[in-house]
Ligand binder design. Structure first.
Ligand code: ADP
Length: 423
């Protein structure tokens, strides 16, 4: 039988018994009142015992009781026991998690909504010079690099920021923030000293080799030109060889020049000036007109000038126009357009050429990537032109959008952020 039914039966029996005794003794009302009073006092006492047991944490075994109260004690005792077990399991899990994150080689810091430190692992304390006692401190007060503070306040964490370690500036860190939960953020920092060192070595190597190759190539080309000029009855084999040698030397010179330009783009940063893009485009198109018999249609829909480096922009735009002329038939039109829309200020170079396959579009901005196409005439190039364009645009808060259809043509759009506008 359910406990409450048992309890009710006992109460009813008691009342019937007392009612009978009351009726027989003529004290019905008094006995009934006494019984009700006694029951009330009994329940209040039980409630008070229960409350007392709960206030002590309901940790120990429950006091001896009867009826429905015994069941209540038993159920609460079981709930407490299960909760204790779950808590123990959770604490063990949290401990294991703490131990594993503590042992992580990468620095991890949990930040609150106001950039306050909530938790740090050992690597974070070592590499950022933090202490356990720094919990609650605002991280920009402790790591004071301007680029780090700008990054943390930007709320745009799509790219990591590179900063030196405040403890040892020889250590280079790549810091990334990952937002999670309600306003919490996880700051992860990875030691990229080795990668950066290798990158610098690669850049230095390419720059040095390119630089050293420049003089011998100029000398070689000079001698080849002299030999071609004094051609007094060379055999056809020698004439062709000289022509090919000259062509290849020239190609090597372009390669060296492009490599040097790329190195400069990666390593040097000049203060931006206001560049008159419409004027620059007019010049480049005029030069293009003289190089090729092809009509170039230039449309200048805005006179917007942008902050940047004129030499770099000239190089990027010349590469795009050069490609449009190189990879489209002689009787087709190349369109150049400078215009403004709500996305930014745009330059499009559109051709009616051979187009680029979808699979190649993502790769043509890689260094030395050239699309394998069977053409009637071989088109010369270094495979570095679009890599230069990409770098130049990156340095000008702009990006390159390429759309193309095989056999129909290609359209290269340089989209500059509106904040680059000179005015
Ligand atoms: P390249 O010196 O070979 O022109 P780029 O980096 O400028 O080097 O271009 C990479 C490749 O992208 C080219 O080899 C060519 O296959 C392709 N490409 C670039 N521009 C165009 C274009 N306008 N039309 C078709 N293909 C193009």
């Amino acid at each position: 039988m359910a406990a409450w039914k048992k309890e009710l039966t006992i109460v009813l029996l008691l009342f019937i018994l007392v009612a009978i005794i009351g009726a027989m003794s003529g004290l019905f009302l008094l006995l009934m009142l006494l019984l009700t009073l006694w029951m009330l006092i009994y329940q209040i006492r039980q409630i008070s015992r229960f409350e007392n047991w709960l206030s002590l944490g309901a940790r120990n075994s429950y006091p001896k009781s009867t009826g429905i109260w015994e069941d209540i004690y038993y159920h609460v005792y079981c709930l407490r026991k299960n909760e204790k077990k779950r808590k123990k399991k959770l604490t063990k899990m949290i401990d294991q998690f703490r131990q594993s994150t503590e042992a992580l080689p990468d620095a991890s810091i949990v930040l609150g909504a106001n950039n306050e430190i909530e938790w740090t692992n050992k690597a974070a304390r070592d590499v950022f010079g933090l202490y356990l006692a720094d919990k609650g401190q605002h991280i920009p007060n402790l790591i004071r690099f301007p680029e780090f503070i700008r990054y943390i306040n930007s709320r745009d964490y799509s790219e990591p920021v590179i900063v030196p370690s405040p403890v040892n500036n020889q250590i280079i860190l790549s810091v990334r923030i990952v937002p999670y939960g309600a306003g919490l953020r996880l700051l992860l920092a990875q030691d990229v000293t080795q990668i950066k060192m290798m990158e610098r070595m690669r850049k230095d190597f390419v720059a040095n080799v390119s630089h050293e190759l420049r003089t011998p190539l100029t000398v070689l080309k000079g001698y080849l030109e002299t030999l071609q000029d004094i051609d007094d009855g060379y055999s056809p084999v020698l004439t062709t060889s000289l022509l090919q040698m000259h062509g290849q030397t020239e190609r090597m010179q372009y390669l060296v020049d492009d490599l040097l330009l790329l190195t400069r783009l990666e390593t040097q940063q000049k203060p931006p000036t206001c560049v008159n893009v419409p004027e620059l485009l007019s010049q480049i198109c005029r030069e293009g007109d003289t190089l090729s018999a092809r009509p170039i249609e230039l449309t200048l829909e805005t006179d917007t000038q942008i902050m940047g480096d004129e030499q770099e922009l000239r190089s990027a735009f010349t590469n795009l126009l050069g490609n449009a002329l190189k990879y489209s038939p002689d009787d087709s039109v190349v369109k150049v357009r400078w215009y403004r829309d709500k996305e930014g200020v745009n330059l499009t170079v559109e051709d009616q050429g051979e187009g680029i396959a979808k699979a190649d579009i993502n790769r043509i901005t890689e260094r030395f990537y050239r699309v394998e196409v069977k053409r009637r005439e071989k088109v010369s190039g270094t495979g570095l032109g679009l890599a230069i364009v990409k770098h130049v645009l990156m340095r000008h808060d702009a990006h390159l959008i390429i759309t193309s259809q095989l056999g129909i043509g290609s359209c290269f759009t340089c989209q500059f952020a509106l904040k680059r506008d000179c005015c």
